[in-house]
Design a protein around this ligand. Structure first.
Ligand SMILES: [Zn+2]
Length: 340
C-alpha cells in the first residue's frame, strides 16, 4: 500500500455559557482525500439537522408547462440533427434522450427517466434507473462515433431543487466534449501520477484497503464496489460506486449498469430513512481504456434547513474548497449496510 488514510485532530477552546463559562475544548477531525488532497472537517455526532420538507403533492402534480411531461415532449423539446443521432432522439423503454435546450458542452443531452412528472426516492426501480444509464451510454457511444474527439464524458443527476434541479421531472444530464470537466482532471491526473510513481492502480488499492479496514466498505453488487468516502464532499452522505477494471463509462456492460442501479436504489432507501429527498450524482469516466483509473459514480445528499431554507453549502465549500460533515463516514456506512 502506498498511501495512508490520515485523520488529524484539531482542538479549539472557548468559555461555554451553557456551563457557567467554564473552559470547553472542542475537538474536530481533519481528513484529506488520499488521491486529491481535498480536505473535510468531521464533526462526529453533530447529527442530522431539521431538514425542510417539500410539499409532495405539489411536486407530484404534472404541469402544463413541464416540457418533459407526455404530450409536451413532441411540441416543446428539441431533437438532435440526424447526422448526430439518427431519428432525432434515443428511447430505451420509458427513458428518452433529448438535446439539452441549454447545452453545457458541444454535445449535451438530457435523459428523461420516466413519463411520470415526479418519482419519490422510494419509488425508483432498478429497471427505470438502468434504462436511463443505458440510454445515456447509447447517446455517448453515438456521439463518440460521430465525433471521436468528443470523448470526454460527464454524467450528472440533480434530483430535486436543493440539488439544483429546475424541474422535478426526473432527468439525467450527459455532456461530451473535447475537454474533461475540472473534476475529472482532479481525479484523473493524480490517478495517472500514482500509477506512474507506484506502478499500481490507486483505485484497486483503495478498494483492497477499505475492504480490509471494513469501516467504510458498504458492499459489492456483481462486480461493482460501494464505499463511503473517507473525506466526504457532503455534510451528511457521500457514497462511491466503483467499477473495478473499467476506466471508461462506455466499457460498462448491462450487468454493470444494473448493479449500479440496484446499489443506488438501496442508497435511496437509506437517504429516505434519514429524511432526505434530494441528491447530486456524477459519473467520472476516463476518455478511453486506461490502466490507472477506475470509472465510478459519486452520490451526495443535498438539503435545505431552518427557515427560510438555508442552503447546505457555505463559503467553506463554495469558496474555500473545504468540506465538512456533520456525522462520520463510518456512521454513514453502518446505516447504509442495512440495505446491502
Ligand atoms: Zn413533467
Amino acid at each position: 500500500m502506498s498511501f495512508e488514510l490520515n485523520k488529524e485532530q484539531v482542538k479549539a477552546r472557548f468559555l461555554d455559557p451553557a456551563d457557567n463559562f467554564r473552559e470547553k475544548i472542542f475537538s474536530l477531525e481533519v481528513r484529506h482525500d488520499p488521491l486529491t488532497g481535498w480536505a473535510s472537517l468531521i464533526y462526529s455526532g453533530m447529527g442530522y439537522p431539521p431538514m425542510n420538507k417539500p410539499y409532495m403533492e405539489e411536486l407530484r402534480k404534472g404541469s402544463d408547462t413541464c416540457p418533459f411531461c407526455p404530450g409536451n415532449i413532441e411540441k416543446a423539446t428539441p431533437r438532435f440533427p440526424e447526422d448526430i443521432i439518427s431519428g432525432g432522439n434515443i428511447r430505451v423503454n420509458e427513458a428518452v434522450v433529448l438535446p439539452n435546450i441549454r447545452p453545457y458542452s458541444q454535445y449535451s443531452g438530457v435523459v428523461l427517466l420516466s413519463k411520470s412528472h415526479f418519482i419519490g426516492l422510494d419509488e425508483f426501480t432498478p429497471g427505470l434507473v438502468t434504462d436511463a444509464f443505458t440510454a445515456a451510454q447509447s447517446f455517448a457511444r453515438q456521439v463518440v462515433k460521430h465525433d471521436p474527439k468528443a470523448c470526454n464524458l460527464s454524467i450528472g443527476w440533480n434530483y430535486m431543487a436543493p440539488a439544483g434541479a429546475t424541474l422535478s421531472h426526473p432527468h439525467i444530464q450527459v455532456n461530451l466534449g473535447i475537454y474533461p470537466v475540472p473534476a475529472q482532471k482532479s481525479v484523473g491526473d493524480p490517478s495517472e501520477k500514482y500509477y506512474r510513481e507506484h506502478g499500481t492502480n490507486f483505485w484497486e488499492e483503495l478498494i483492497d484497503k477499505e475492504k480490509k479496514l471494513d469501516e467504510r466498505y458498504v458492499g459489492t453488487i456483481g462486480s461493482t464496489c460501494f464505499l463511503v468516502s473517507f473525506a466526504p464532499l457532503s455534510r451528511l452522505f457521500d457514497l462511491l460506486a466503483v467499477f473495478p477494471g473499467k476506466s471508461c463509462f462506455l466499457d460498462l456492460d448491462n450487468a454493470d449498469l444494473r448493479d449500479l442501479s440496484t446499489g443506488l436504489i438501496r442508497a435511496f432507501k437509506d437517504l429516505r430513512e434519514h429524511g432526505f429527498y434530494s441528491f447530486n450524482l456524477a459519473v467520472r469516466s476516463a476518455p478511453d481504456c486506461s490502466e490507472h483509473f477506475f470509472c465510478h459514480a459519486r452520490i451526495i445528499s443535498r438539503f435545505t434547513f431552518l427557515s427560510p431554507g438555508t442552503c447546505d453549502r457555505s463559503f467553506m465549500e463554495v469558496l474555500d474548497n473545504q468540506m465538512f460533515s456533520r456525522i462520520s463516514p463510518e456512521e454513514v456506512c453502518r446505516s447504509l449496510k442495512k440495505y446491502f
